[in-house]
Design a protein around this ligand. Structure first.
Ligand code: ATP
Ligand code: MG
Ligand code: MG
Ligand code: MG
Length: 339
């Protein structure tokens, strides 16, 4: 019997369009002799679109409007064997949709409520990984109310980290809302931008030198495996939205040209982080490798990483011998696995 899969895409975050790109790839890769796939695009307003409007949004790659409230539609998801919530960022990758599906009793691809929520929030991630003894950059938390009532307190806390530093919304992705702040006079602008997108903002010390950016894929539930390590190279000052999504701005190197012991450390630390955060199914774990000092610092864990056929995560497993369509099939299998 074919498995019925509901593929959710789009969503309410700043990564709506990125998700549509990923969904198009997954849709054409899930083997039709095993799966019956129904895509549903969620609009930026959070409405679940009916089939024709979903099709239109997938084809045009554009945000759509119309559709029903989530809670009206989730009951109709009941007939599915599994859901693939191919959503990035808040209201999709952060445990909200995972909670809805858990309540509805429908198995789904990827991390559950806890792993999704903790991994989405860069501050919570840092706290959990700190307690697991995983090396990271120095950081501080700031909340919006404080920024409104005592901005100088926030500026002082940032200054403790030294310049340049990074200011980031705690719950976002694709570098949306992230600034590299070179000097104190650029700080307010960066904080206003980040607080416009999130109640919680993380301030991060920059690595001691421009880091090498290495990433590893994790696949599995309670006994996960790590892919080979990949590296991103680009000319830009940091890996911002434009560099991520403009063709030709960045190159992917798989495997990353690293000393074997460094690559092994990356894989081992990534597996430890995956388990410490209670992730499931898949995650892409990103690191900074500071060649000058030999430091390996964990940057973040993405529980629903970019998933087009040319994205890092599928490419890493392709290098391990797993094709894109074998990978998505494996992910559905993991969703259905007893834990
Ligand atoms: P993703 O699209 O992978 O989810 P994101 O939006 O969660 O990304 P980060 O990975 O936290 O954002 O940061 C984006 C980029 O900014 C990094 O890839 C790196 O180039 C740069 N960067 C972020 N933090 C630091 C830091 N502390 N030191 C040096 N560079 C940094
Ligand atoms: Mg991220
Ligand atoms: Mg992300
Ligand atoms: Mg990142």
């Amino acid at each position: 019997m074919k498995k019925r899969i509901l593929l959710l895409a789009g969503g309410q975050s700043g990564e709506h369009e990125v998700s549509l790109m990923s969904a198009r790839s997954v849709l054409s890769a899930l083997p039709r002799d095993q799966f019956d796939v129904t895509p549903v695009v969620i609009s930026k307003q959070g409405r679940w679109l009916p089939p024709t409007e979903t099709q239109r949004a997938l084809e045009s790659g554009e945000a759509a409007t119309g559709g029903d409230l989530v809670l009206h539609r989730v009951a109709s998801a009941e007939g599915y064997d599994a859901v693939f919530p191919l959503l990035h960022g808040p209201m999709g990758e952060d445990g909200t949709v995972q909670g809805l599906l858990t309540l509805a009793g429908i198995p789904f691809v990827g991390s559950g409520v806890l792993g999704s929520a903790v991994s989405m929030d860069k501050v919570m991630t840092k706290q959990v990984l700190e307690s697991a003894g995983i090396a990271q950059v120095a950081w501080r938390l700031a909340v919006r109310r404080e920024w409104q009532q005592n901005p100088q307190g926030v500026r002082d806390r940032a200054a403790e980290l030294g310049f340049p530093l990074f200011v980031k919304p705690a719950n976002l992705g694709s570098s949306v809302g992230i600034s590299k702040v070179g000097a104190p006079d650029e700080l307010d602008g960066a904080l206003n931008l980040a607080f416009g997108l999130d109640r919680r903002v993380i301030l991060e010390a920059m690595t001691s030198h421009k880091p090498r950016e290495v990433e590893v894929g994790i696949l599995g539930n309670d006994a996960p495996i790590a892919s080979p390590v990949g590296e991103l190279r680009f000319e830009a000052d940091f890996y911002d939205y434009e560099t991520k999504y403009t063709e030709g701005r960045a190159t992917m190197h798989i495997p990353a040209p690293l000393p074997p012991e460094v690559a092994e450390r990356v894989r081992a630390e990534a597996l430890r982080a995956f388990l410490a955060l209670d992730c499931a199914g898949l995650a892409r774990v990103d690191f900074f490798y500071v060649e000058e000092t030999g430091e390996l610092l964990l940057n973040e864990v993405n529980t629903m990483p970019g998933f087009t056929t040319t994205s890092m995560y599928p490419k890493l497993f392709e290098a391990a011998g797993l094709s894109y369509s074998e990978l998505v099939t494996r992910l559905v299998g993991l969703a259905l696995e007893e834990r």
